[in-house]
Design a protein around this ligand. Structure first.
Ligand SMILES: *[C@@H]1O[C@H](CO)[C@@H](O)[C@H](O)[C@H]1NC(C)=O
Ligand SMILES: *[C@@H]1O[C@H](CO)[C@@H](O)[C@H](O)[C@H]1NC(C)=O
Ligand SMILES: *[C@@H]1O[C@H](CO)[C@@H](O)[C@H](O)[C@H]1NC(C)=O
Length: 133
């Protein structure tokens, strides 16, 4: 289906990576355009979560916490969010911390903020736009 080709039409707005600094991730914003009803995965770019890492995913203007991983505290959850808008739609990869939003609707457009704390500190924003078919 042609649909597949539109799914990951994303571009990197601001690639202000710090080069050559160990364990330090620069803040950046990545924009993604998703077709309504499709899925999108927000990648942490982490190959394996370290034991002392905490990973938080927040959504929207009020930075509502929608997912959290804390290996040490054995926390691993996703949240349905305000008005249960994320109910049954979030998948967390327990190896990388990447977050997948399935069956996306316009109500899921907005900014998703990734915060990793621990040995590696990183903050990254994904700006997700949703288009009708
Ligand atoms: C990244 O953002 C944090 C707070 O959001 C800030 O303290 C830090 O200086 C920023 N780092 C870079 C490299 O811009
Ligand atoms: C990670 O997910 C896989 C498959 O869903 C599961 O088999 C495994 O037990 C999970 N590991 C942890 C640490 O939760
Ligand atoms: C996708 O979401 C719509 C409403 O937002 C719902 O009607 C539909 O059943 C969902 N599809 C799947 C496959 O979950």
């Amino acid at each position: 289906m042609m649909k597949m080709f539109h799914t990951l039409a994303f571009c990197c707005l601001c690639c202000c990576r710090l080069v050559g600094v160990f364990g330090v991730g620069a803040n950046e914003t990545q924009s993604l355009a998703v077709i309504e009803g499709d899925s999108v995965t927000l990648y942490t770019d982490v190959t394996k979560i370290h034991a002392d890492d905490d990973i938080l995913w927040k959504f929207g203007f009020d930075n509502f916490l929608i997912a959290k991983i804390s290996i040490q505290k054995k926390i691993f959850y996703t949240c349905d969010g305000i008005n249960e808008r994320f109910r049954d739609r979030l998948k967390l990869n327990n190896q990388t911390g990447s977050l997948t939003i399935t069956n996306i609707t316009s109500g899921h457009a907005g900014n998703y903020q990734l915060q990793i704390s621990g040995a590696k500190r990183l903050s990254k924003t994904f700006s997700v736009s949703v288009y009708g078919e």
